[in-house]
Design a protein around this ligand. Structure first.
Ligand code: R1P
Ligand code: CYT
Length: 273
């Protein structure tokens, strides 16, 4: 795996002189953030050795390197999901490559269904913790100690300092930032109302089909994680209406301004180079 990581990182380094310290993973419909990157170098995933390609609407499938709010960043405009048929190694490969490029902090975003009934579609939620209902772990298999520990600690998978910072920035900008637990399901069918009741009972506030594998690998690699969910719809059974990816995309489009303000505000407050 190390060879693959190095080959991908080498190709990316050849395209851009930026040494990114911050990684951004942009969820369904949230890719617009990458359009704001200055001095941008855009690399389609198909051109990067060993990178999978995006198959889901709302995931452009491009890596964007450049500067955002003065920070050297690498952004994934589109991520990979297990339900696309990719392996956990493929889904989390970009995190390994980011680490190789020098990334120390990653901002992982997603579009999620709101389980907590005090939320509404369009809210932004800071991820405090997660529950892995995918029942798979990307670290299964032989462990390479050069990449990370066999048993990484997950007590504060979502960095406490970064969470404090995100809340401070939201308050300053007058953004009502919710906070909660992200429950990850395999998908791609949306959850049933009974599953949503179960997830609520066990402490889930939002549900989605991504993020958790990436967070586990980031922690394994020693990368600090900040997680943000856009509550794109209320989860199944809460409102008298069916769920659709169109609604997810529409809500992401509707909140993009607030989402951009929050993320940019956070980037401004992170220590610079
Ligand atoms: C379903 O509408 C899609 O939205 C979420 C789910 O995981 C699923 O892919 O997308 P992201 O988690 O990639 O933002
Ligand atoms: N919504 C979403 N479940 C949902 O209800 N975006 C992912 C999963």
């Amino acid at each position: 795996m190390k060879e693959k990581i190095e080959q991908a990182a080498a190709m990316i380094r050849k395209q851009s002189s930026i040494h990114p310290r911050i990684g951004l993973i942009l969820g369904s419909g949230l890719g617009v953030l990458a359009d704001e990157i200055e001095e941008a170098v855009v690399i389609p995933y198909a051109k990067i050795p060993h990178f999978p390609v995006s198959t889901v609407e709302g995931h452009a499938g491009r890596l964007v390197l450049g500067r955002l709010e003065g920070q050297a960043v690498v952004a994934m405009q589109g991520r990979f999901h297990l339900y696309e048929g990719y392996s956990l190694e493929e889904v989390t490969f970009p995190i390994r490559v980011m680490k190789r490029l020098g990334v120390e902090t990653v901002l992982i975003t997603n579009a999620a269904g709101g389980i907590n009934e005090s939320f509404q579609a369009g809210d932004l939620m800071l991820i405090r913790d997660h529950i892995n209902f995918m029942f798979r772990n990307p670290l299964v298999g032989p462990n390479d100690p050069e990449l990370g520990d066999r048993f990484p600690d997950m007590t504060e998978a979502y960095d406490a300092d970064l969470r404090r910072l995100a809340k401070k920035v939201a308050e300053k900008l007058g953004i009502d930032l919710k906070e909660g637990v992200y429950a990850a399901m395999l998908g791609p069918s949306y959850e049933t109302p009974a599953e949503i009741r179960m997830l609520r009972t066990v402490g889930g506030d939002a549900v989605g089909m991504s993020t958790v594998p990436e967070v586990i690998v980031a922690r394994h690699a020693g990368i600090r994680v900040l997680g943000l969910s856009c509550i794109a719809n209320m989860a199944a059974g809460i409102l008298p209406q069916p769920l659709s990816h169109e609604e997810v995309m529409e809500t992401a489009e509707r909140v993009k301004e607030t989402f951009l303000r929050l993320v940019k505000g956070i980037l401004r407050e992170l220590p610079g180079e």
